[in-house]
Design a binder for this molecule. Structure first.
Ligand code: 5AD
Ligand code: SF4
Length: 458
């Protein structure tokens, strides 16, 4: 036994999934997970740098850990993820007790970094592999590795981003766009399905750019819509999701997939960022407000019940009251079922930062955020209420948080459903649920099995 590890993860689903890969790698190296961080011999802080606030989480976390290391010098502390990539050796210089730093392209080096640290070698790995496919080549699931999400799995299909939205740090932290070969993706999914996975979420920073030819890089062999069709053919895969797509790659074939591939879930998270074409241009989003609305209309023609969610940034430099009103009107026009909204945060070495663009005052941005979130709350609740009375299929995740005995899962539209059941189904199974009520954050329901049987006809 090598010792126990704990990974503290911040950030997006790609980061969550990378943490799963890291956990599996450490299992293969003989480490086992610690129940609590205090019991761990190795702690990895897996960071996000999308906004300044996310980056600060590292510093508050690291402070406590390195203090503990003072009392327990054999404790190994490493930093991974996007802040690690962004700051690299600077982190080692700033925190003399920190053992190692590694970026998202260097996951596979984690066990070696931990071994090195135990022999007092401090190291920073933020280089890019010569072979960009190497990062996708990871060992199979270790028999003792327990998936944190029974029945569901994330599968990385591409990484990195070549689009350079002017606010975004990701091209810097995650590097250039690389598509994984479809052969290895499908192999992984077949294996997952054989192990009981019924739902896969295909992951990538601009996931629907999958397979597009990039100079000097392999193309992934097929376009994204083709990949979805192949995934749908895998026995046992009943639900397919993907995140996050970019509007400019919502092509005809992908829209058609919503009409033709029943396994493709009726939910799409399609970031818009702003409802004003002027701001979208300043953000280098490469599409207009009208383009987005047209994509939404075509998607709804293909699948009328489609639930659409989005990401929005308020207070981008130059955003006028009129621009902001356009965002509000777009949110209403599309009728997003949910949205994640953020105040613009300047990130190091992004095009917006380099141009020295000045954002509106923070109080103004916060006021806009509040107004936007108020509009969204109403839309979310209205969307939930429209579903009361419906019978839906929930993929069970485990115990609900609202009441003892309650279960929690997600419907195909990706809403959280808290429900009661006289015979609780196991996590990872699909359960028919009658929706009885909607709250701002979830739907409430009752297992369809418990519904009173129709009265026999006399
Ligand atoms: N400031 C605020 N929000 C940001 N996002 C990305 N970069 C920034 C930034 N610099 C938001 C976008 C993106 C989501 C993941 O985070 O809305 O879609
Ligand atoms: Fe955060 Fe973006 Fe990195 Fe994900 S890819 S961890 S959201 S900075």
């Amino acid at each position: 036994m090598q010792g126990r590890f704990h990974i503290r993860t911040f950030g997006c689903q790609m980061n969550q999934h990378d943490a799963e890969k890291m956990s599996n790698l450490l299992h293969h190296a003989g480490y086992r997970p610690a129940q609590a961080p205090r019991e761990a011999d190795v702690v990895v802080v897996h960071t996000c740098s999308i906004r300044e606030k996310a980056e600060h989480k590292l510093y508050s976390e690291l402070g406590g850990l390195l203090e503990r290391k003072q009392q327990r010098p054999d404790l190994v502390v490493g930093v991974g993820g996007c802040v690690a990539q962004q700051e690299g050796e600077r982190l080692l210089r700033r925190f003399p007790r920190l053992d190692f730093v590694f970026g998202p392209q260097n996951l596979t080096h984690l066990p070696a970094l931990v071994d090195g640290a135990r022999q007092r070698h401090r190291a920073s790995r933020t280089d890019y592999d010569d072979d960009p496919q190497a990062r996708f080549e990871l060992p199979e699931r270790h028999p003792e590795y327990a998936s944190p999400t029974p029945g569901r799995a994330f599968v990385t299909v591409m990484e990195g981003c070549d689009l350079f939205c002017s606010y975004c740090v990701v091209p810097r932290t995650r590097g250039r766009e690389v598509s994984r070969s479809s052969r290895t993706i499908l192999e992984e999914i077949r294996e997952l399905a054989a192990g009981g996975v019924v739902e896969v979420t295909l992951l990538g920073q601009t996931v629907n750019a999958y397979g597009r030819p990039r100079p000097g890089r392999i193309s992934g062999e097929m376009p994204f819509a083709g990949l979805i069709e192949r995934v749908a053919e895998v026995d046992g895969i009943e639900r397919i999701r993907f995140t996050s797509p970019h509007p400019i790659f919502m092509d005809e074939a992908l829209i058609r997939a919503y009409a033709e591939v029943p396994q493709l879930c009726p939910h799409l998270h399609l970031p818009i960022q702003s409802g004003s074409t002027r701001v979208l241009r300043a953000m280098n989003r490469r599409h207009t407000r009208e383009d987005y609305l047209q994509i939404v209309a075509r998607l709804r023609q293909a699948r009328s019940e489609l639930a659409i969610t989005t990401d929005i940034i308020v207070g981008f430099p130059g955003e006028t009251p009129r621009d902001f009103e356009q965002t509000l009107s777009l949110v209403r026009e599309v009728g997003f079922c949910d949205s994640f909204s953020f105040v613009y945060s300047e990130r190091p070495e992004t095009p917006a930062q380099r141009r020295g663009l000045r954002a509106p005052p923070r109080e103004l941005a916060l006021e806009r955020l509040q107004r936007l979130q108020e509009v969204q709350r109403e839309l979310t609740l209205a969307a939930g209420r429209r579903r009361v009375g419906e019978r839906t299929l929930v993929l069970v995740e485990g115990a609900g948080q609202r009441r003892p005995g309650q279960l929690r899962g997600r419907c195909p539209h990706n809403r959280v459903v808290n429900f009661e059941s006289l015979r609780p189904p196991p996590a990872g199974s699909l359960c028919a649920v009658d929706v009885t009520a909607a709250t701002p954050h979830s739907l409430l329901g009752r297992s369809a099995e418990d519904a009173p049987a129709a009265l026999p006809l006399l």
